[in-house]
Design a protein around this ligand. Structure first.
Ligand code: ADP
Ligand code: MN
Ligand code: MN
Ligand code: MN
Length: 366
């Protein structure tokens, strides 16, 4: 059966195996360079053959691409540079092959407009002593290639929300193959996925990355998103990080960001958690601007005060309250130390911006 609506899923993956089984010679490495494009959300990649096996990211050459085709440069000055920053085992090509996360720089050596990693790294370096840990809960929605939620009836809607969250069974969840393949591929790449679950809206899912310290949070989350898009491509399924893919009585998608410093993680840490919340309460707008690519416009559709969210206009904090900006997990309140959860970041946020502003407000300002 051939479906022209899902061309990627319908080339024969068994035939592909015949070619992937060919040896490329033990001295070659295929290095897949990955970067964030000019939308601040989209990912791009291209592959380079190296005639050696890189031992660390420092062994990898700077490379370039046509920034005028990624919304990152004009045609007249289109060479844009890729600076490798972190290397991962490649779960798609296996062997010695690598995925390579990169920063992007313009012809004049300045970072591109959507390179938020450079500043994030500066912030993380200043706050090293606090040992900042993050755990990001990445929510997303699976769509068919026609843009309709995966598995939903073509003319109409599934039954109302209720049976789907952490659901099991045909008719409760849609797209588990993608979830399982992605989970294993991330672990192969060395990305610390801490768990996964089906979400409240059918065809919506979540995985968590963390706890992860400093700049690694942004690197690992971006590469986990790349792996998700790439896995879903094999299945002919589209991944959407839109924070409110379906209007109406359907939950949106976020990227709850769990955060702690070393003092918060030690007995008596509640004092540091409360001090952090007090600081965040004074910078609500600064945070909202950093929490989606359109500086609050995307999150406006999601942070309505309904569907387990707080209003985008107000700052609030509470124990075990999912209608707050900041939630202190019940278990943390009972123990008296641990971490806090910022529920505001949008599913399509740039984790470099999110983690940088949190550390800036909590660790680097009075
Ligand atoms: P929720 O109850 O909000 O659904 P999850 O279990 O989905 O929470 O996610 C919690 C996240 O918090 C995980 O990614 C976990 O790794 C992370 N986490 C746990 N402890 C800490 C900590 N001390 N600092 C930062 N993140 C943490
Ligand atoms: Mn969760
Ligand atoms: Mn969730
Ligand atoms: Mn959460």
């Amino acid at each position: 059966m051939f479906s022209s609506a899902q061309p990627n899923a319908h080339t024969d993956k068994v035939v592909l195996q015949k070619y992937l089984a060919l040896s490329a010679g033990s001295s070659y490495t295929q290095a897949c360079y990955i970067w964030i494009d000019g939308t601040g959300e989209g990912l791009r990649c291209k592959t380079k053959t190296l005639d050696f096996v890189p031992k660390s990211v420092e062994d990898l050459p700077i490379w370039n691409y046509d920034g005028s085709s990624t919304y990152q440069a004009e045609g007249r000055n289109s060479d844009t540079y890729l600076h490798p920053v972190k290397m991962y085992p490649d779960p798609f090509r296996g062997g010695n092959n690598k995925l390579v996360m990169c920063e992007t720089y313009k012809y004049n050596k300045e970072p591109t407009e959507t390179n938020h990693r450079k500043v994030c790294l500066e912030v993380m370096n200043k706050a090293k002593a606090a040992k900042p840990w993050f755990g990001i809960e990445q929510e997303y929605t699976l769509l068919s290639e026609d843009g309709h939620p995966f598995g939903w009836p073509k003319n109409g809607f599934p039954g109302p929300q209720g049976p789907y969250y952490c659901g099991v069974g045909a008719g409760k969840v849609y797209g588990r193959d993608v979830v399982e393949a992605h989970y294993r591929a991330c672990l192969y790449a060395g990305i610390r996925i801490s768990g996964t679950n089906a979400e409240v809206m059918p065809a919506q899912w979540e995985y968590q990355v963390g706890p992860t310290e400093g700049i690694d949070m942004g690197d690992d989350l971006w590469v986990s998103r790349f792996i998700l898009h790439r896995v879903a491509e094999d299945f002919g399924v589209v991944v959407s990080f839109d924070p409110k893919p379906m209007e109406g009585d359907w939950n949106g998608a976020g990227a709850h960001t769990n955060f702690s410093t070393e003092p918060m993680r030690n007995p008596g840490g509640m004092e540091a958690i409360e001090a952090a919340i007090d600081k965040m309460s004074k910078h609500h707008i600064r945070h909202i601007k950093a929490y989606d690519p359109r500086e609050g416009k995307d999150n406006e559709r999601r942070l309505t005060g309904a569907h387990e969210t707080s209003s985008i206009h107000d700052f609030s904090a509470g124990v075990a309250n999912r209608g707050c900006s900041i939630r202190i997990p019940r278990e943390v309140a009972e123990k008296g130390y641990g971490y806090l959860e910022d529920r505001r970041p949008s599913s399509n946020c740039d984790p470099y911006r999110v983690t940088a502003v949190i550390v800036q407000t909590i660790c680097l300002e009075e």
